[in-house]
Design a protein around this ligand. Structure first.
Ligand code: PBG
Length: 324
């Protein structure tokens, strides 16, 4: 008998064979594209901390939607950058707020696109925290829930298909589910940022939304040393009625995605966040790496770990790369 009998290389010998046995495939249907909307007219302004990403005004959304449709992307996540910030974050649930205007316009332009909205207070308060502060500047969980409920209803009224609370408040999923159901928005899904770590990878995004907090978010976002806690957070949100469980950031947290995928039945969403994106962009701009190859490798690793949905700023590029 010749040695070795088993030769794994046999299945790697041609592109067709490799395609045939590939265990993981990145699909355009997996990708959700986050977009940033601002007040004003005729604005398409590049975000300096996130090369290739833009602030868009509502009147330019037809151009953006055209790009999204051409790429074949079917879902987006909307972040609003409000003009006015106040301690009650009231622009969040203003029926004429920036997110509401954007959702209405997008649904007019294309009723088939899946529209998710980020629901949080950080971009809407002057202090940049994800909740209402009490007398000693501690984020008051239960008062914050009241704002999240109003915001969820307001986004649903504008036409959002998915609301995505990202503030890591305890009980936020149940509060929003009950609020939505009480207004008969039973079809609006909740994508919970269930497992969101206090992370330095959000830096470029905070520049984009001018939402850097005074201090840090460690009393509500998770400690990155913890894994059991991620399971606890996810199971709680499932009990409360979440439809998707998100892990954020993604790349340094593949172990968490994998663990959750083994333990829960809901689709897992991975958020490939701004810092991960901008690191690749910066290195590519310096000619240090191949952006296309490295992005596809990174996103595929998230799928391999168990993510079903991937939120990525590279979605439009990835679409081109997948189809070429
Ligand atoms: C709002 C929110 C943040 C991100 C998504 N929703 C910022 C934060 O928590 O500071 C980060 C997204 C990214 O970095 O790409 N709470």
């Amino acid at each position: 008998m010749s040695f070795p009998i088993s030769r794994p290389r046999r299945l790697r010998n041609s592109p067709s064979l490799r395609e045939m046995v590939a265990e993981t495939r990145l699909s355009i249907n997996d990708l959700m594209y986050p977009i940033f909307i601002v007040h004003g007219k005729n604005i398409k302004k590049e975000i300096s901390s996130m090369p290739g990403q833009y602030h868009w005004s509502v009147d330019r959304l037809d151009e953006l939607l055209g790009n999204i449709e051409k790429a074949g992307i079917r879902s987006i996540m909307i972040f609003g950058v409000p003009k006015i910030k106040d301690i009650e974050a009231s622009e969040n649930y203003n029926p004429n707020g920036i997110v509401q205007q954007a959702v209405i316009k997008i649904k007019e332009l294309n009723s088939n696109i899946i529209v998710a909205t980020d629901v949080c207070l950080c971009g809407y308060t002057p202090h940049g925290h994800c909740g209402i502060l009490d007398e000693v500047e501690y984020v008051d969980n239960d008062r914050t829930l009241e704002i999240l409920k109003k915001t969820a209803i307001s986004h649903a009224e504008a036409g959002a298909d998915i609301v995505a609370p990202s503030g890591m408040m305890d009980g936020m999923i149940l509060a929003m589910r009950q609020a939505l159901d009480s207004m008969r928005f039973v079809k609006v899904a909740i994508m919970s940022y269930a497992v969101k770590y206090a992370s330095a990878f959000y830096g470029p995004f905070r520049d984009a939304c001018s939402s850097s907090p005074k201090g840090d978010r460690k009393t509500y976002q998770m400690d990155y040393r913890n894994k059991k806690e991620a399971i606890r957070e996810a199971l709680l949100d499932i009990e409360e009625g979440a439809d998707f469980i998100m892990v954020k950031p993604a790349l340094s947290y593949l172990d968490i995605i994998n663990e959750l995928n083994n333990k829960v039945d809901l689709p897992i969403a991975a958020y490939h966040v701004s810092g991960e994106y901008s690191m690749v962009k910066a290195a590519a701009q310096q000619g240090l790496i191949n952006e296309e190859a490295i992005t596809l490798e990174i996103l595929t690793s998230m799928k391999r770990a168990g993510a079903k949905v991937i939120l990525t700023y590279s979605a439009l590029d990835v679409a081109k790369w997948i189809y070429k």
